[in-house]
Design a protein around this ligand. Structure first.
Ligand code: ADP
Ligand code: MG
Length: 277
């Protein structure tokens, strides 16, 4: 199995194989510096800087239209930044096509899951490995094993041979998540993973994100309006407003911030009323 993972060893903590400690500290999974993107006169993203360490979870909150999805589109190479720098594990990606960014270990899930409706669940996951092969990696036996593992972890094993169009919206979210994770990404960008899913699906996503992050295997940037879930998962938060980072820091600290309450949460938000922050 050949994985292009910087100084991460193939078969790392997830498989229990010994991991050689690197002599130099690992670069951040994601380092964004002063990134900006305009659409005509609209500055959808302006002057955004952030860092996500390997295995960290960054929660991104902010009102509708504040630039959260555009930020994900910039980080995945769907849009090209007008200015600024984006580095994934120390490599500049701001000028790379989306397929090249994906090949460097960046995976993504969408607010409305993108699955191949006419393919089975298993075939959907296999598409992830094809992508890896296109990026110059070999789909080895252990990667095929990853598909079975992810089918099991997401509770989709008994749906493996069903076509995706037969699944519920929440199950499609799980397929998309499993497909992203089967590639063993360095960084996963998730747009509203918990919106409109049943509690049971939410629990699966939540538990898997937490375990993967804790293992140090994968870093996450998660956009969500489900603040209690996001506080629970995240090491740090940013709140965006009008394309910029309004406040960054510890999740509870960000949620208590006056400017964040004014711009987004509102004084009557349940998180504040319940004292969770
Ligand atoms: P959020 O995800 O936080 O709701 P978006 O990133 O979708 O916000 O949008 C940020 C701003 O950029 C909005 O004003 C939106 O209308 C604008 N925008 C986003 N994508 C495009 C696009 N492809 N063309 C023009 N304007 C866009
Ligand atoms: Mg959005």
């Amino acid at each position: 199995m050949a994985r292009q993972r910087g100084n991460r060893e193939a078969g790392g903590p997830m498989t229990g194989a010994p991991v050689t400690s690197p002599r130099v500290p690992a670069p951040p999974a994601l380092a964004v510096r002063e990134v900006g993107k305009k659409f005509g006169g609209v500055e959808a993203v302006r002057d955004v800087s952030l860092t996500v360490a390997p295995g960290q979870v960054l929660g991104v909150i902010g009102p509708n239209g504040s630039g959260k999805t555009t930020l994900i589109n910039l980080l995945t190479g769907v849009y090209r930044a007008d200015r600024g720098s984006i580095q994934v594990a120390g490599r500049e990606t701001s000028r790379l096509r989306a397929s090249r960014v994906a090949g460097l270990g960046v995976a993504r899930t969408f607010q409305n899951p993108h699955v191949f409706a006419t393919l089975t669940v298993r075939q959907n996951l296999m598409m992830a490995l094809r992508h890896s092969v296109r990026a110059g990696r070999q789909a080895g036996r252990s990667e095929a094993g990853d598909i079975d593992r992810w089918l099991g972890l997401t509770g989709l094993a008994d749906k493996a041979d069903h076509v995706a169009s037969e699944l519920s919206g929440g199950q499609r979210k799980l397929v998309e998540f499993a497909r992203a994770m089967a590639r063993r990404p360095l960084l996963v960008l998730m747009d509203e993973p918990f919106a409109g899913v049943y509690p049971a699906v939410k629990r699966v996503l939540h538990d898997q994100i937490r375990q993967l992050a804790a293992s140090g295997e994968t870093a996450f940037l998660i956009v969500s309006h489900e603040i209690p879930d996001l506080i629970d998962l995240s090491d740090q938060f940013i709140c965006m407003a009008a394309g910029a980072v309004l406040k960054a820091g510890d999740p509870a600290e960000v949620c208590r911030d006056e400017a964040v309450i004014d711009a987004y949460l509102g004084a009557s938000h349940p998180v504040l009323r319940n004292g969770a922050a």
